[in-house]
Write a protein that binds this ligand. Structure first.
Ligand code: LAN
Length: 728
């Protein structure tokens, strides 16, 4: 196998290990991105490196300084002049979707155990990435900004070793020290126990049961896994298969050696069953409930006498669901974790010569991203739709869309949006417990093909804005297809009036008591989110304005109930808690956007007033806002050490949605954001912007362009209006 130890691992991630002038980002098909390393000068001459490549590689773009911005609108224009360089030829904006530190372990362990090789350059850059991300105290956290945990450290330690790094490398010596100080790998959380067991460096007996049998229970049962949050069940399918067969890699020297390195105690003396509920203090975010622990005792007893025919039937059903998922998503699968687990199942059942294995290998590239600090595994196969949705609306709302020099770029975006809408339901639809998809927009690409409520909302809004508000824009998405998107949205409202992420809430709230993952919050069922709810209501409101006849009553009723949900979910302090972005600034921006569309503003609504007061109370002396990712963990505002441009934009947008009457806080925020703009129109990367499952931060680096441009452009008009009003 092609896992020869690398001879030339540098001591520091700062050392160059591949020639960055040779990397190219290929954008193909439906917005798919993959990085390629060109082998010689001839290839490089044929495929020149462009600004888009250079930007994400962290190479200088050498763009000329722009005329200094004299007002917020010209600052927004300068921002877009820069951001246009990052638009791919097919019209969308690729981006680096990193942050979580528990994804590359799945990638590397899954590839190792199935014999799927990496290119030499990829291996070198993955190592460099982990060298760069190592915590100063040693080890790695659950995400790039987090403190070291056993989950992050033990798994990434294995990654480094599999990739060929010597155990005596200083970074690994330090990581090992950190791991042992945290108690060693025995206390790794459930998903870590799983990956280590696959690798055969943790005994399966140390895992709580993951029985596949639940899948053969009748669908009407309230705890049937098809009712779980889609990410949890999609991971649980291959996981329970692999648990059911106790899949493990054959022993080899590396594995024997890892068994010594990962544990302070003797591996062979560990009492495995008593490790099942041993979770290191540094990792524990969501402790097990007593209900879950009791259930585990029962399931544990069942494991010792599992009925073979039932297990066989359950494994068969899981395998079928894995195949359906692969085929429904062009082998992307829903996300990065299921991607690698599905691969192991397919390699095990279909073999490494199979078409399934080949297709998994091809699409594994979609999750590899090369950044300035090396190569990582991304949170999805990109955030294509999400990013294009915001910048498209920003262009239209600021008026930049009307400017001749932006026309091609805007039409490019519209073409991409048209292409990305999902035109059919999934191939395996009801049998895979899938939600309808015809008319929806996904988060990343059409091929991945999952409906997401707010992505459908933002996609629909972006198309409506360009097609209806920009003179001469072609109507690429027909009325019927816009109506299909509306049908999808109308079908996604929960009984509490809110909207969840991918589907309706399918299961009872008490299923959260069975959350087994220890490191993620609220993952068992869907929940209604203010952010998702907003994207849906704003999209419906705008659609209704242009097409008042289509399902008018349904739309009105849906909006009304959704607004009630927003009222109910406002926190007593005045903000809304964000589940997908950090944190209160993010969700409050969305909520106030919704309220503004039904006429609720500072003047007219107590909800909006309270929200504005909350935001104003958090504005800093420099005019900006700064909120830590910790807000999402603890559910309360936690100040960030530094002011953040992106959060400043969210808070300012929120104030403008609410028509905050005093221009002063907005002017100060504008000044702050303009002061941080660089001469070429760009902004520097600051702290991480996004989050999921309460405990994991994830990067949205394109936000520093879309929301700055949007806020500055809007603020320009907003402040002028206020001035005009004041002058009578
Ligand atoms: C995402 C990314 C986008 C995000 C929004 C559209 C922003 C949100 O409003 C709805 C939920 C959604 C689609 C979302 C859900 C969870 C994802 C897919 C992620 C945060 C990206 C990565 C994460 C996924 C769960 C990572 C894999 C980890 C597991 C625990 C399975």
């Amino acid at each position: 196998m092609a896992y020869n130890p690398l001879q030339d691992v540098p001591l520091s991630g700062k050392t160059q290990v591949t020639d960055y002038s040779r990397w190219r980002l290929a954008v193909t098909q439906d917005g798919r991105h993959t990085w390629h390393y060109l082998q010689n000068d001839e290839e490089c001459a044929k495929w020149p490196q462009v600004a888009l490549d250079k930007y994400w590689l962290g190479l200088p773009l050498d763009l000329p300084a722009l005329p200094p911005a004299k007002d917020p609108l010209s600052a927004a224009r300068n921002g877009y002049t820069f951001y246009k360089h990052l638009q791919a030829e097919d019209g969308h904006w690729p981006g680096e979707y990193g942050g979580p530190m528990f994804l590359m372990p799945g990638l590397v362990i899954g590839s190792y155990v199935t014999g799927m090789p990496f290119k030499q350059e990829e291996k070198k850059e993955m190592i460099r990435y982990l060298l760069n991300r190592a915590h100063p105290d040693g080890g790695w956290g659950i995400h790039v900004e987090g403190d070291p945990t056993v989950f992050g450290t033990a798994l990434n330690y294995c990654v480094m070793r599999i990739l060929g790094v010597n155990a005596e490398h200083p970074t690994l010596v330090k990581a090992r020290g950190c791991l042992h100080k945290l108690g060693g790998a025995a206390g790794i959380p459930a998903w870590g126990k799983f990956w280590l067991s696959i690798l055969n460096v943790y005994d399966w007996e140390g895992n709580n049961p993951v029985p596949p049998e639940l899948w053969v229970f009748p669908d009407w049962l309230p705890f049937h896994p098809h009712r779980w949050w889609i990410h949890t069940r999609t991971v649980y399918i291959p996981m329970s298969y692999l648990y059911g067969i106790r899949y493990k890699m054959e022993e080899n020297d590396l594995i024997l050696s890892l068994r010594e390195e990962l544990y302070p105690q003797n591996y062979y003396s560990i009492d495995w069953p008593s490790q099942r509920n041993n979770i290191a203090a540094a990792d524990l975010y969501m402790p097990h409930t007593t209900v879950l622990d009791t259930l585990y005792l029962i399931l544990g007893a069942y494991e010792s006498c599992a009925i073979p025919p039932l297990r066989r039937a359950a494994l068969d059903k899981c395998y079928k669901l894995v195949v359906n998922e692969d085929e429904n998503t062009g082998y992307q699968t829903l996300g990065p974790v299921s991607k690698m687990m599905n691969l192991i199942v397919r390699a095990h059942v279909d073999g490494t010569e199979s078409e399934a294995y080949r297709l998994h290998m091809e699409t594994r590239d979609d999750f590899l991203w090369l950044g300035a600090d090396g190569m990582m595994m991304t949170g999805t196969n990109g955030s294509q739709l999400w990013d294009i949705g915001f910048i498209s609306q920003a262009l239209v709302e600021t008026g930049l869309a009307k400017e001749e020099e932006n026309r091609d770029s805007l039409i490019g975006a519209l073409k991409w949006l048209e292409m990305a809408q999902i035109k059919e339901h999934p191939k395996h639809f009801e049998v895979s417990y899938r939600h309808p998809t015809k008319g929806a927009w996904p988060f990343s690409t059409r091929t991945q093909g999952y409906t997401v409520s707010d992505c459908t909302g933002e996609g629909l809004k972006a198309v409506l804005y360009i097609q209806n508000d920009v003179a001469g824009a072609p109507k690429l998405v027909s009325y019927r297809r816009l109506a299909d998107a509306v049908d999808i949205l109308l079908g996604m409202q929960n009984s509490d009036g809110g909207f969840a992420s991918y589907e309706l809430i399918r299961g009872p709230g008490w299923l959260e008591w069975l959350n087994p993952a220890e490191v993620f919050g609220d993952i068992m069922i869907e929940h209604s989110y203010p952010e998702c709810t907003t994207s849906v209501i704003t999209a419906l409101s705008i659609f209704k304005k242009h097409y008042p006849d289509y399902r008018h009553k349904d739309i009105e009723r849906t909006i009304h109930r959704a607004v009630e949900f927003l009222h109910k979910s406002q926190r007593p302090e005045g903000g809304w808690f964000g589940s997908w972005g950090i944190c209160f600034t993010y969700a409050t921006q969305f909520a106030l956007e919704s309220l503004s569309l039904v006429g609720e503003t500072f003047e007219t609504s107590e909800y909006a007033r309270k929200a504005c007061k909350f935001l104003i109370s958090k504005q800093r002396a420099d005019g900006g806002w700064g909120e830590s990712y910790k807000s999402c963990e603890v559910g309360k505002w936690v100040e960030h050490a530094g002011t953040q441009v992106v959060q400043t934009c969210w808070a300012t947008m929120a104030l403008m949605y609410a028509e905050y009457p005093d221009p002063e806080p907005i002017e100060r925020a504008v000044k702050l954001v303009m002061s941080r703009q660089r001469a070429d129109g760009s902004w520097a990367q600051e702290a991480i912007e996004g989050v999921f499952n309460k405990n994991v931060a994830i990067a949205y680096p394109n936000f520093k362009f879309s929301f700055t441009i949007w806020m500055l452009g809007r603020a320009h008009h907003y402040l002028e209006n206020l001035k005009n009003k004041a002058n009578g």
